[in-house]
Design a protein around this ligand. Structure first.
Ligand code: ITT
Length: 208
């Protein structure tokens, strides 16, 4: 039976959402802050799945405990799928010119995306979440979740994190950063991927 799992993310917004989504299943979430020995994992692969598998296996083998890792990002149709796997450091990559950081990386990423989409009619985008569960002596499972929407003309809202202030989910006239956490988790890529994972773990009698 699985009673605790390490959610191996360095992103505070992601960790908070994992805790919220898992809260109803009575499983203890451990974070990287709780671990005495620290390691870092470079996300140098070309796909979300490869990066997520690399994170889950590296942390799981190092700490010898069940781990959940995620690679997530935003894919914008008019930019051929960019920022994609580069979402976290989009501001600094060669594609479309680099962006200076004034306040933080999230803001620089958003500024760059809005600059590249200026005057573009097609503003379709989707959030992607690939979640990997890895248990060193047992098994590995992955699930995916998507949230479709459009990119707003300017940032609005202060909830969530990352690209939320410029992402308007399908069927809404507000950005993801204007939604209450429960509502975001209900429709988000992460919420969908995590709930699928829990369903599979239950079937395999991990009994989350
Ligand atoms: P870890 O790898 O340590 O988990 P990270 O921030 O590097 O942390 P990712 O590589 O998965 O995580 O990068 C995801 C980036 O995509 C993240 O930094 C955000 O900019 C963006 N992102 C992912 N999920 C998001 C969400 O729900 N809302 C807004 N932006 C999101």
């Amino acid at each position: 039976m699985l009673d605790k799992v390490l959610v191996a993310t360095t992103n505070r917004g992601k960790l908070r959402e994992f805790r919220e989504i898992f809260s109803q299943y009575g499983i203890e979430i451990i974070s990287l802050d709780d671990m005495e020995q620290k390691i870092s994992v470079e996300e140098d692969r070309k796909t979300f799945l490869e990066n997520a598998v690399k994170k889950a296996k590296t942390y799981g083998d190092f700490y010898n405990m069940p781990v959940i890792a995620e690679d997530a990002g935003l894919e914008v149709e008019a930019l051929g799928g960019y920022p994609g796997v580069y979402s976290a450091r989009f501001y600094s990559i060669d594609f479309g010119g680099k962006e200076e950081i004034n306040r933080d990386k999230d803001e620089a990423n958003i500024n760059k995306l809005l600059r590249l989409l200026k005057d573009k009619k097609n503003r379709k985008a989707r959030f992607v979440s690939i979640v990997v569960f890895y248990s060193p002596e047992n098994t590995g499972i992955w699930t995916e979740g998507y949230c479709y929407g459009t990119i707003a003309e300017k940032p609005v809202g202060d909830k969530g994190f990352g690209y939320d202030p410029i992402f308007i989910p399908e069927g809404y006239n507000r950005t993801m950063a204007q939604l209450e956490p429960e509502e975001k988790n209900r429709i988000s890529h992460r919420g969908k991927a995590v709930r699928k994972l829990i369903e599979i773990l239950n079937k395999l009698s991990f009994q989350i």
